[in-house]
Write a protein that binds this ligand. Sequence first.
Ligand code: HGY
Ligand code: MN
Ligand code: MN
Ligand code: MN
Length: 400
Amino acid sequence: MSVLERLEEISGIGRDPVRGGYSRHLLEPAELALRDWFRRSARELELAVEVDGNGNLWAWWGDPGPGVIATGSHLDSVPGGGAYDGPLGVASSFEAVALLRAEGWRPARPIAICAFSEEEGSRFGMPCLGARLLAGEITPEAALARVDSGGVTLADAWRQAGMDVSRIGPDRDRVALLDTFVELHVEQGLDLEERGLPLAVASAIMAHGRWRLTISGEGNHAGTTPMPGRRDPVVAASAAALAVRDVALEHPTARGTVGRIAVTPNGTNVIASRVDAWLDIRAHSDAQVRAQLDSTVALIRKCVAAEGCVLDVREESFSPLVAFDQPLTERIAGVLGGAPSIATGAGHDAGVLSAYLPAAMIFVRNPTGVSHAPGETARDEDCEVGARGLAAVLRDLAGK
Ligand code: HGY
Ligand code: MN
Ligand code: MN
Ligand code: MN
């Protein structure tokens, strides 16, 4: 097989006819179908599959035991996301193992292929949910109480999928088995395209926080309510989005985004009573994210007050700056023939795991530089170069 053929097997799963691209959300039918594909792919390679208590999938080459070299990524997507973010890493992991097996090579240590639950946080709001639960960064109670946009709790989603809620939570014994984690991922920018190279390694991930802003106003009739004296949360939220952009623009490398807004009740001829807006801030230090949040919220408070509305701000998640393990990253770059090292603004399971064990990432060139949108791409030949590179990395790391 090839990476391309592996991705083709899932190309029909979770297509979003409204947004374009893919919407594959934790434990919804498309994501469950991808889990079946994971199991089938593992079975074809004679790998034993296990689902841990946090819904993360593990395919084992060799018996689980100390010194595991783990690789993989995630299967879920953002709403209307691309075909590569997540699945490329999982498909490449299977392909790398297939290539090594075909050579007759056998690992001296166990190799695990992982697919972590809800990396994007698109259903329950917490990015890298499965990896964070595994590591004990969020409590089972906090996770189980999270609610999706349809009012379904994570606990209910878990039960509906036939999974055991009592198994959710930290799994330190499992983490202790892991020696190294390597995640292959499509690049989410144009760096490699501009350099004319197929692969890079990751040096760092920007600090990243997500907050939920709730702006409450007064619902009323769009025709009979005079303009003066309205308390319209959509007007306040619009000003808030400008404030987010303006504060981020003050720092050359900072990012500030409002990408999701829910208007209640969302009627054409209704002044809204409430807006929920999700704020995403990223920067090159944890302190900078906090400072940017403070300036942003101060400005938003003014916009909201000017409109006679009320603001509530709640932190959804915070992901500190990640600096990947340098010796591991240099070793992998060497195996890949001197791949450059690049920093990214996107979050990854490898970033969460890097707090507990040496972790690294391999990026595959993306000719459009687009990600989290249907225009995300990777050339077929680069995907194969990536899988061969990952195979070489596994051979190096798990060979002794
Ligand atoms: O970067 C993100 O928003 C996500 O964790 N991939
Ligand atoms: Mn993503
Ligand atoms: Mn991803
Ligand atoms: Mn009417």
